[in-house]
Design a protein around this ligand. Structure first.
Ligand SMILES: Cc1cc2nc3c(=O)[nH]c(=O)nc-3n(C[C@H](O)[C@H](O)[C@H](O)COP(=O)(O)O)c2cc1C
Length: 188
């Protein structure tokens, strides 16, 4: 069982990293192999909406830009489960996560459909007022839905709940592996 954990924050010792780590601890405890992808450490350009706006990806399923996108995309296709963890910026996901999901959606929704039906976990980590976690989760889920992927859970981590939500993320990781192995009891 392989789970990719795609996380985004420039900080390697912040709330987002702590959230991702806790979830990964649970994944490992449950026996999963983890593929950690720290998006801010990759070369991830934003979509150029090439051609007439639909891009070559609609015809070929491949992005025209040459950077780390193709490698990260391939790793997601090889994973049984995918976890997206983003810091909350402007009540939204980080620019890096957005750039990645924009390009993934193009390739997936218009051509490839490799990731359709995957059950994912979404985690938003906000260190400010905590406002905007729901919008961030909602924006990430919108991209998933366009790709035919599904959010199995949506988790908010804020500084006021981190004392009890961060420990719970470990258990969430364990349960996610269990569900990946035994099936999801969800209809959507
Ligand atoms: C550009 C920017 C925008 C932010 N917007 C929000 C926000 O809308 N809501 C919030 O609670 N925190 C906001 N924050 C605070 C981040 O969520 C906070 O820095 C958080 O800890 C990020 O995770 P990190 O510790 O991994 O960096 C913002 C921070 C930055 C740099």
């Amino acid at each position: 069982m392989k789970v990719a954990v795609v996380w985004s924050s420039p900080n390697v010792d912040g709330l987002t990293n702590r959230g991702a780590k806790q979830f990964m601890n649970g994944l490992v405890k449950a026996g999963a192999e983890v593929d950690e992808i720290h998006l801010n450490r990759t070369r991830m350009n934003h979509c150029m909406a090439c051609g007439n706006g639909w891009g070559q990806c609609r015809e070929t399923g491949e992005c025209a830009l040459k950077d780390d996108f193709a490698d990260v995309y391939k790793r997601l296709t090889e994973a049984d489960g995918i976890v997206f963890v983003s810091a909350v910026y402007w009540s939204d996901m980080t620019e890096c996560m957005k750039a990645f999901l924009d390009r993934l959606r193009r390739c997936e929704a218009t051509h490839n459909h490799y990731l359709a039906e995957k059950r994912c976990v979404l985690i938003a980590c906000a260190g400010g007022t905590g406002r905007g976690t729901l919008e961030c989760l909602g924006q990430m889920e919108k991209a998933l839905v366009h790709m035919g992927m599904r959010a199995y859970d949506r988790i908010s981590v804020i500084r006021y709940n981190s004392d009890y939500v961060l420990p719970a993320l470990e258990q969430a990781g364990e349960v996610y592996v269990e569900r990946l192995e035994n099936g999801f009891d969800m209809r959507y």
